[in-house]
Design a protein around this ligand. Structure first.
Ligand SMILES: [Zn+2]
Length: 261
């Protein structure tokens, strides 16, 4: 018989995620379940102090008795990701023949064999897709509004900073918040070939843009530049939207949209 039990409140889940560093306390993996360290059937309550995060493998070990409650309690007291300062790397399963990147409603579709740099700030690609030996490799750097890096993807290897307020990785969607209802980043992964950036800040050497579901915005006191609904399909240029300020040299790689700002 399945146990009937109350749902764990969202605020309690968040408190547990924060304490555990947004990953399995044993190995740091960003896929996890909320585990009652002392069984729910005994305690009959969702005390956050008795809840921890375990990935499916480590959860199964505990359930089968191959990892003791005392061992889980010890990991819970010293979570893997808290010790490392960032999440344990997770390899995204990219590998399609075409890369499809969507950033703030702007879409960039490139056929295998070419490098695609959909967004370049002051000469530095902030999202980049390339192929190597038939594998599609995605890289990206995401920031907070002050320009600090919060999340990186290096050749499909995803990692996030564990000092941020909240990270929720549910199904294929990763949401990073800096406070209640304040989203810093929202990414949707659709392997083998697609990645969608619905919210983000991108930054490089003094130049920043904000991404919402509808647009990419570069804004200063002097003015505002918005990109929305652009579609770049198999152009012979490696670069998509390129912004360069007066302190940086314009690179010689051709781009679909190039704006000196
Ligand atoms: Zn684990």
């Amino acid at each position: 018989m399945p146990e009937s039990r109350e749902k764990i409140e969202a605020a309690i889940k968040r408190e547990v995620r924060q304490r555990c560093g947004f990953g399995c306390v044993v190995c740091g993996k960003p896929f996890y379940e909320y585990d009652h360290i002392d069984e729910y059937s005994k305690v009959r309550e969702h005390d956050p102090e008795n809840l921890t995060l375990l990935c499916p493998d480590h959860h199964a070990e505990k359930t089968r008795g191959l990892r003791s409650t005392a061992q889980v309690r010890a990991s819970n007291a010293d979570p893997f990701n808290r010790r490392m300062g960032s999440s344990s790397p997770y390899m995204l399963a990219y590998g399609g023949a075409v890369s499809k990147v969507s950033i703030g409603s702007n879409s960039f579709v490139q056929t295998m064999g070419s490098v695609s740099e959909p967004l370049v700030l002051n000469g530095e690609p902030r999202v980049r897709v390339r192929t190597e030996s038939g594998n599609l490799l995605v890289s990206a750097r995401l920031f907070d509004a002050s320009g600090a890096i919060i999340l990186t993807i290096d050749d499909n290897e995803l990692k996030y900073d564990t000092s941020i307020w909240d990270v929720e990785f549910v199904a294929d969607r990763l949401v990073v918040r800096e406070a209640h209802r304040k989203i810093l980043a929202k990414l949707v992964f659709s392997p083998p070939d697609s990645i969608t950036v619905e919210r983000a800040y991108f930054s490089h050497e003094g130049l920043s843009v904000q991404v919402t579901a509808r647009e990419i915005v570069y804004a200063t006191e002097r003015g505002r530049l918005s990109f929305s609904g652009n579609s770049v399909l198999d152009i012979p240029y490696p670069r998509g939207i390129v912004l360069t300020d007066e302190k940086h040299v314009v690179g010689d790689l051709p781009a679909a949209f190039h704006f000196p700002v």
